[in-house]
Design a protein around this ligand. Structure first.
Ligand code: SF4
Length: 236
């Protein structure tokens, strides 16, 4: 995990207040939604490919594309060696097939060339920052994808920030509004404890999908209202 020392000075000055609010948020969402669990964990290489498919897509279409890919090519080696047009065709339901198909094949080919395997378990022995750096080198793999693979497949603590988490944490007020999505990952990893990452990540996403939606924040039914900055400024 990146330490606070690596964050800019102005963040360090507001950190304690943000952390206190983040802990309150965590407890309230746990009361409201319980302890969620991630869908069945997949091998890291599967999660990596699935997360690339999910970009600019939704869970349903991502899953259809992933299933079609696995059905047409029974092994990741087969995807590596396939005609790229067949890969593109298999993943079409996820959208951006041309771009994602080429990227998926390039990622697999590079991993196999460099490590003679498509099993990413070799990463488990590496340090957290080195794993992140390794995953981020691939085109199409950003902070969110790297963090999902680490947290949910490799068992290495990381807090993935998607569009819902970015929006909710900004409105609720546990980060500066102008913070970049990349910096938000490191900040969340400091606001929450590693054992809170999974439930925190999943419950904030649920709040973002069901209540604090992009088009309209339904503050009247939100459990976070008592300490929400957006609510205090806009609605009270
Ligand atoms: S109170 Fe409103 S703005 Fe704040 S987190 Fe809840 S829904 Fe979002």
């Amino acid at each position: 995990m990146e330490t606070l020392d690596s964050l800019p000075e102005e963040l360090r000055t507001r950190f304690s207040a943000d952390q206190e609010k983040a802990q309150w948020l965590y407890a309230e969402l746990k009361k409201a939604f319980g302890m969620p669990v991630w869908r069945s964990p997949m091998p890291a290489i599967d999660e990596l490919i699935s997360t690339i498919l999910s970009q600019n897509s939704n869970d349903h279409n991502r899953d259809i594309a992933f299933e079609r890919l696995r059905k047409r090519f029974p092994t990741w080696d087969a995807v590596c060696d396939a005609d790229v047009d067949d890969v593109i065709d298999a993943i079409r339901p996820a959208g951006l097939g041309n771009q994602k198909g080429r990227r998926i094949q390039a990622v697999l080919q590079q991993i196999r060339r460099e490590h003679q395997t498509l099993d990413l378990d070799f990463l488990k022995g590496w340090e957290q920052e080195k794993i992140k750096e390794y995953l981020l080198q691939f085109k199409g793999v950003g902070f969110k994808t790297a963090a999902i693979v680490m947290q949910f497949s490799l068992g290495i603590p990381a807090f993935p920030v998607d569009t819902h988490i970015y929006r909710v944490t900004g409105r609720f007020g546990i980060r500066p509004l102008n913070m970049s999505v990349e910096d938000c990952h490191a900040y969340m990893e400091n606001l929450f404890r590693p054992d809170q990452y999974e439930a925190g990540h999943l419950n904030i996403i649920r709040l973002g999908r069901e209540i604090c939606q992009a088009r309209k924040a339904q503050c009247e039914r939100c459990p976070l209202r008592p300490h929400c900055s957006y609510y205090a400024e806009q609605c009270s």
